[in-house]
Design a protein around this ligand. Structure first.
Ligand code: SF4
Length: 314
């Protein structure tokens, strides 16, 4: 078994989960959370058991003094505006690397640019980023065909940003096409894909060609987990599956394999990886090695300010 490293939790996910835990410790339950704080059922259920109440929209929250936390994916501006109107105690757990993309888009808008967002329609991060600016200011491009079909208002005033959890290789192709079609387009040096997405994909790329099967632990609605499965397939692994836990593994598809790779999306806790390793150990003679693509030890994002200021009551 080759364990991809890094895998699992990133600094943005740790910060978001700790924000909910800290809010619970400081204010007691309930703590409302708009949308799944991170895309993982195990995480959501364990926070729910401690007193977090998950909602999709603020309308579902009664008038209350309890904290209301926005998820790591970011929210459209209309959400904090609505929270303010209702006097809700809002805490923003948006990952700082998503906030960085919001800022890039805002700066480009202020410079009078039309902005292209490379991303996946409907993903909460994309909804949040598009919602930073008035309707129509940001145009979503998902494919090379979208780039080819795009007609700018002014090719000299164009900017692009990207979702943070995309495929590094697909995005490079789309950005290349954007730059080829619109040489004056401005944007980040390469893309806005975050360090965690990049490193997890790199580890999977190294492991995939060496194994008969790859298991990615993560949720079906987790963008970066889905990308890891795709990267494994494209890097030559004949069987790549995304499972949310060991119980979902279909053992029939593995058979007499001699090497398996394991990775986990940025929102998947390590305990779920441990369960997968245990499940293999029960069925196969197992030797485990780690394949390290990057060190991430130093990456840490401080909690939102309002959660940093006070110590929880004993
Ligand atoms: S995957 Fe990247 S952008 Fe998303 S929460 Fe983690 S560090 Fe932040």
């Amino acid at each position: 078994m080759l364990l991809c490293a890094p895998r699992g939790f990133c600094a943005g996910v740790v910060r978001a989960i700790e924000s909910v835990e800290r809010a619970l410790a400081l204010h007691g339950p309930p703590v409302y959370v708009r949308h799944e704080i991170v895309h993982n059922r195990h995480v959501v259920n364990s926070l729910r058991a401690k007193g977090a109440v998950f909602v999709e929209e603020l309308d579902e929250i009664p008038d209350t003094d309890a904290p209301v936390i926005f998820s790591a994916h970011g929210v459209p501006l209309s959400v904090p505006e609505q929270a303010k109107k209702r006097n809700l105690f809002a805490l923003d757990a948006t990952c700082p690397l998503v906030t960085k993309v919001h800022r890039e888009a805002l700066l480009a808008f202020r410079r009078g640019c039309e902005i292209l967002l490379v991303g996946h329609a409907g993903h909460p991060e994309v909804v949040g980023t598009m919602g930073q600016l008035p309707a129509g200011a940001i145009i979503l491009v998902q494919t090379l065909a979208d780039v080819d079909a795009f007609v700018p208002k002014d090719a000299a005033r164009l900017a692009y940003v990207t979702q943070t959890t995309l495929s590094v290789d697909d995005t490079a192709g789309i950005v290349e096409r954007l730059k080829a079609r619109f040489p004056q387009i401005v944007g980040p040096r390469k893309d806005d894909i975050c360090y965690a997405t990049t490193n997890r994909q790199e580890a999977v790329k190294r492991v995939a060609p060496q194994v008969d099967a790859m298991i990615v632990v993560g949720a079906a609605n987790s963008s970066n987990s889905q990308r890891l499965k795709e990267v494994a397939e494209r890097s030559g692994c004949p069987r790549a599956v995304l499972v949310s836990n060991a119980g979902e593994i279909d053992w029939d598809i593995f058979g007499a394999i001699s090497a398996v790779g394991i990775s986990a999306g940025a929102s998947a806790p390590e305990v779920l990886v441990d369960e997968v390793i245990d499940a293999f150990a029960q069925r196969y003679e197992l030797r485990v090695e780690t394949v390290m693509a990057a060190e991430e030890g130093g990456v840490f994002f401080p909690l939102p300010r309002l959660l940093r200021e006070r110590e929880p009551a004993e």
